[in-house]
Design a protein around this ligand. Structure first.
Ligand SMILES: [Zn+2]
Length: 217
């Protein structure tokens, strides 16, 4: 059973993928993790991949699928794969189909985690941490006994320099725009399930599970 996970930034994809991976014994194949793994290996492509990552460049499809094939053929003892991070373009859809076909497999489910832009933005830009006890808070979702201080140890909270609101908006909308053709394609095949980001992570997970359990009967 092969599942594709598609989700905009800060949709909680990692959490859902890891729960699904455990319950169904699926290998969670994140292209980001794979590239980091390859860049730290002694393989012949390590330097090439490391240079691309360090320069903020994208790995082209040819190289990406070469790495994917190697990874997939090295796997055993699992019931399938969760693809996370790929496919993002119709060309990658085609290459993935081709790769799976050559292994007598196919894409069984495509899960789209639909997150409200406002929620995603708050998640991505509201993170603060306590430098002393490392507790992570979100300024939009947590309440504080004292403004900007850790509830546990009263230390001043610090903001991680990652996404600014502007940067996040751009990243989010670019993602939607780019993945639209992919989503439409899987929808036309009847493989797409849209899971709304409502309730706790367990509620969301139950919805994903029911899609898969229904499809497996
Ligand atoms: Zn603290």
């Amino acid at each position: 059973m092969n599942v594709i996970f598609i989700a905009p930034p800060a949709a909680g994809k990692g959490t859902q993928a890891s729960m699904l991976s455990k319950d169904y014994n699926l290998y969670h194949l994140s292209t980001g993790d794979l590239l980091r793994e390859v860049s730290h290996s002694d393989g012949e492509l390590a330097t090439t991949v490391k240079e691309l990552i360090d320069n903020g460049k994208l790995v082209n499809d040819e190289l990406m699928f070469k790495l994917l094939k190697e990874k997939v053929s090295s796997l055993s003892n699992n019931n399938g794969i969760i693809f996370d991070g790929i496919p993002r373009t119709l060309e990658q859809v085609r290459l993935l189909d081709e790769m799976l076909k050559s292994m007598n497999q196919k894409v069984d489910f495509v899960i789209y985690l639909d997150v409200d832009e406002d929620v995603a933005r708050k998640r991505a830009t509201g993170r603060v941490t306590c430098p002393k006890c490392n507790t992570i808070y979100n300024i939009y979702f947590d309440s504080f006994d004292e403004e900007n201080k850790c509830n546990k140890c009263k230390t001043e909270l610090s903001k991680r320099e990652d996404d600014t609101i502007e940067k996040f908006n751009h990243r989010f909308n670019t993602y939607l725009l780019n993945t639209k053709p992919v989503i439409n394609y899987y929808n036309s095949l009847g493989k797409l399930s849209i899971i709304k980001n409502i309730g706790t992570k367990y509620d969301i997970y139950e919805n994903i599970k029911s899609v898969i359990d229904k499809g497996n009967i």
